[in-house]
Write a protein that binds this ligand. Sequence first.
Ligand code: PRX
Length: 631
Amino acid sequence: MRIRTFNEYQEAYKHSVEDPESFWAEIAQEFQWRKPWTKTLQWNFDEPNVKWFTGGKLNITENCLDRHLLTQGDQPAIIWEPNDPNEASITLTYRMLHDQVCRFANVLKRNGVVKGDRVCIYMPMVPELAIAVLACARIGAVHSVVFGGFSAQSIADRINDAQCKVVVTADGAYRGNKEIPLKSTVDDALIGCPSVRKVIVLTRTRTPVSMLKGRDIWWEQELKQVTADCPAEEMDAEDMLFILYTSGSTGKPKGVVHTCGGYMVYAAYTFQNVFQYEPGDIHFCTADIGWITGHSYIVYGPLACGATSIIFEGTPTYPDYGRFWDITDKHKVNILYTAPTAIRSLMGFGLDKVENHDLSSLRVLGSVGEPINEEAWHWYDDHIGKNRCPIVDTWWQTETGGILISPLASITKTKPTYATLPLPGIQPILVDENGKEIEGNGVSGNLCMKFPWPGILRTTYGDHERCRQTYFATYPGLYFTGDGCLRDEDGYYRITGRVDDVLNVSGHRIGTAEVENAINMHTGVVESAVVGYPHDIKGQGIYAYVITDQQPSDHDADLTKRDILATVTRVIGPIAKPDKIQFVTGLPKTRSGKIMRRILRKIAEGDTSNLGDTTTLLDPAVVDEIKEGAL
Ligand code: PRX
């Protein structure tokens, strides 16, 4: 499955388009299957219905763990770097990880978890998070990891949507100089979650917690009751592996569903080829396992390839802004995969903390989550890669399971701000608003895919129609990504950002409707409209226009703003807090009552010169008022 030259890339690409089934079958054969599949691919994008490796039986943990034991059981699978650099880091070899995954899988079983049950995981970035994820996969339970920064309400919504039976959490989490109480947040969430029978709590911070009799149990106590003998459950290639919630243009996050066989093949194939992974490489992906990047490129992709993956508990700026470089130096990192927002924030601190570390182990640099601007790209290239490490700007989504458009490190000629070319198996197409294909080069349009790849989402949990509506109905016969895209004269792709009502704040996907719903829950708020605006570090900032029932005085306005921020934090989590709140008496609406976000976006961007046609507005005067009060 390994591509080593640009020629090989071109050949692989050609093969993947001309005969996708034999292309992917050859790759899938490199994994360990209990029973071979009978049909490589069945698909239509109308229902949609996509099935890869039908009839094939496997367990992803046998591929990520067991099959490495003979050849590399004593090599590190996970290196854990704690939040506090003075605490010792931990190395888990493949054998140790296998042992711990089996033990925790037995804990889950002991607590009534069976194949197909959903398990919510709300944990800090500790090795036990990866262990819990893999333990679920071991016994065929479906994991739903919820990022540790989400609120009780967000956890409850996700637990209820998936009807989770068990929650795995910790007493608390360390993040920078903060201690975050995870268990008490789970307690708040569970007030409204009747499906949950058990909560398994790991000790991390020793924050006092209340343990509910009959429901709450300690991870450490449970481990004493089990052995390390846990044969893997036999799974169908199309059995569910996990659910991961992500935001869209409606208020309610969707549970994106990935299945065992296709996801495994795709995560591993892309890991190997995009980063040009070599045996023994130390791979450091700075994402949180609560996001898809962590699922595919901290846990499943690297482990399926037998790599060593770093799990970092802390933040890039604690105890100082040299932490990434410190970790790179300390663990001799070969592949560093991070987000433009982190690069932009570290750029601002100058070079002293870069220059006092040895970064010579680095071979490949990666970028993910949002468009990388030219300045950040060059800083990364000059100061971190010292102009000798290729930068892979990887474009993909929660729904795609793995990277779709990206250079292959050292193989594809890079171009700053371009994700460059589609990986083998990926058939991008640009369309106009009417779904008509825009052919040729030097063009831009809405980015779609016309053919499935093994990692594509199969459904949105509990609501297949929503999956169809969101991704497959806008342009019949195509998977619509929601992104705008440019294809330049060389046929290189550059992602220009979302074309729907989804924001990308510090690489996190947030729906404007979600933030509006949260703001509107505040007493006193009548209506709100949220848009994004360019933000130097976050990429996009959140700008909220808010109508209150009484026009607040200056003093009250400050208080109300703080209350609104507290409301958003409570309803969603701190990542969704607006950066700017402007109180207005009206919003620009058409006669049919639709908010004209285009106008609000322009004002938020500080560009009030050309607001376009405002004659269709119900009350054009509100635009002047909003312009005057713009922040
Ligand atoms: O807009 C694109 C942006 O992030 C969106 C997907 O977000 P999420 O599902 O949270 O997954 C993020 C990590 C894969 C996309 O629709 N995006 C992601 N990577 C890039 C990007 N935009 C530009 N360049 C990228 N490399």
